[in-house]
Design a protein around this ligand. Structure first.
Ligand SMILES: [Zn+2]
Length: 236
């Protein structure tokens, strides 16, 4: 069904409840440890180990992005689950989406706590501008499949599945650079097993990116971007 809105997957119902439960358990374990040692020692221990404990927030800077050059607009906290990837969940997939609406609309609905979905990135068709809306640390609800949400980074592309002209050259190229960088950050192989369409997610009810998304072209651009010299953009 091409008429359905992507933006983006349907969030799995238990997603948020599970997140609360998991974090609750961790807090409980920490309390038990604290009872055995002094509060000061516990704080020092926690300070030393915080980055090893899944579910304990890494220090975050407001407005920080994972992708250089991306602009930051925060999605509603209701459309994602705070996590500590890749420490708690391995990231080994990129999910490609098409918004079925405008760039502005996708950004607006991802800010809406009632939307129950958001992707990590949204890319604009006319110039390839990238807006990051969820940290890669976090589980954004975009794939409509809890396991895939936990293991993937979601990229929304402005356009319509039945309108090939919406997939601009500049958007393909911008997305390919982003995908190549994500693959490098998490050592994800650049192939169609690891870079998938929303329609290829198990149990998907969405059709995006649709038959007009040029996978051969996109994968070639991702490979090319992965091999580009990093030190000088002029040489690209
Ligand atoms: Zn989608």
């Amino acid at each position: 069904m091409y008429g359905d809105q992507c933006t983006t997957g349907v969030a799995v119902g238990e997603d948020r409840a599970e997140g609360v439960k998991r974090r609750g358990l961790l807090v409980g374990a920490g309390t038990a440890v604290a009872a055995g040692i002094t509060a000061l020692a516990f704080r020092e221990e926690l300070g030393r180990l915080w980055w090893k404990i899944p579910g304990v927030d890494k220090q975050r800077t407001e407005g920080e992005v994972d992708q250089p050059g991306a602009r930051w607009v925060a999605a509603s906290a209701g459309n994602l689950r705070i996590a500590d990837r890749p420490a708690d969940y391995e990231i080994d997939r990129i999910v490609v989406h098409v918004t079925q609406g405008s760039y502005e609309t996708a950004i607006r609905v991802f800010k809406d706590p009632l939307h129950a979905a958001a992707a990590h990135y949204v890319i604009r068709a006319r110039d390839g501008q990238i807006t990051q809306m969820a940290r890669e640390l976090d589980v954004a609800f975009h794939a409509g499949n809890r396991e895939y949400n936990e293991r993937s980074v979601g990229i929304e592309h402005e356009g319509f599945v039945d309108k090939p002209s919406s997939f601009t050259k500049v958007m393909y190229e911008s997305s390919a650079r982003l995908a190549a960088d994500i693959c490098e950050r998490y050592e994800i192989p650049i192939d169609r097993k690891h870079i998938v369409g929303h329609n290829e997610v198990p149990g998907a009810t969405h059709t995006d990116p649709g038959p007009h998304w040029d996978w051969d072209r996109y994968m070639e651009l991702v490979r090319r971007a992965a091999n580009r010299p990093k030190s000088t953009t002029a040489a690209r």
